[in-house]
Write a protein that binds this ligand. Structure first.
Ligand code: CA
Length: 228
């Protein structure tokens, strides 16, 4: 495997150097920036394969950088892993809705960092399943053409909304979706669905799925994801 280029945007030197050390040890090519302004220049010079983005930066913050990169066709495809403090759940939600792929909370261990980086890079290489394709994952199977759901081979009767929600999550195992992202994907953003109604749908869905219900994981304060 050719080694991926990773850009670390982080103003705290200790964290930056520790991340660099561990990523380089793993064989990645690493570059660093300690401010958003420098980072954006760096990215335009040479697009990295992945960005580790600290949200709290002096000057241009992580959200600004995320917005700039996701708005530009040249850079919108570069996956971003946000780095946040554990208590900043609202920030995680904002970052995911701005298009960041994943997040990691400080303090993090090298093992967690490397696992997250590997996962996001691997997702990039596998093309996402066609929306009409049948999905078989764990003990669940979903057939979008027939609106058919099976758990351990036995059919489960879902409403159209439940099916759409489950399909969205199961097509992207491991991805965290915020409630707003779920509402947008499932119903279209003009439909009056609340965050609370997403939770209600999930409760109903888990109950109907029985043993497969645990495949839908709650990411506290952020949203939901399907087990990888
Ligand atoms: Ca910082």
């Amino acid at each position: 495997m050719s080694k991926a280029n990773i850009l670390i945007i982080e103003d705290e030197e200790d964290i930056r150097e520790l991340s660099r050390y561990n990523l380089e040890k793993e064989g990645y090519a690493v570059s660093c920036a300690d401010s958003g302004e420098k980072a954006v220049q760096e990215i335009r010079k040479q697009a990295p394969d992945l960005i580790l983005l600290d949200l709290m930066l002096p000057g241009m913050d992580g959200f600004e950088i995320c917005k700039i990169l996701k708005k530009d066709d040249e850079t919108s495809g570069i996956p971003i892993i946000m780095v946040t403090a554990k208590s900043e759940e609202a920030d995680i939600v904002t970052g995911l809705e701005l298009g960041a792929e994943d997040y990691i909370t400080k303090p993090f261990s090298p093992a967690v960092l490397l696992a997250r980086v590997r996962t996001v890079l691997r997702r990039r290489q596998t093309t996402p399943a066609d929306a009409s394709e049948k999905i078989e994952i764990h003990n669940l199977s979903l057939d979008p053409k027939r609106f058919e759901t099976r758990v351990d081979g036995k059919p489960v009767d879902l409403t159209a909304t439940e099916f759409a929600l489950l399909h969205l999550l199961a097509r992207h195992p491991g991805w965290v979706f915020t409630r707003t992202q779920i509402i947008d994907a499932v119903k279209g953003s003009d439909y009056p669905v609340t965050d609370r109604s997403v939770d209600v749908q999930v409760v109903g869905l888990r109950k109907k799925l029985q043993s497969a219900g645990t495949l839908i994981q709650t990411v506290h304060g952020v949203g939901y994801r399907f087990m990888e």
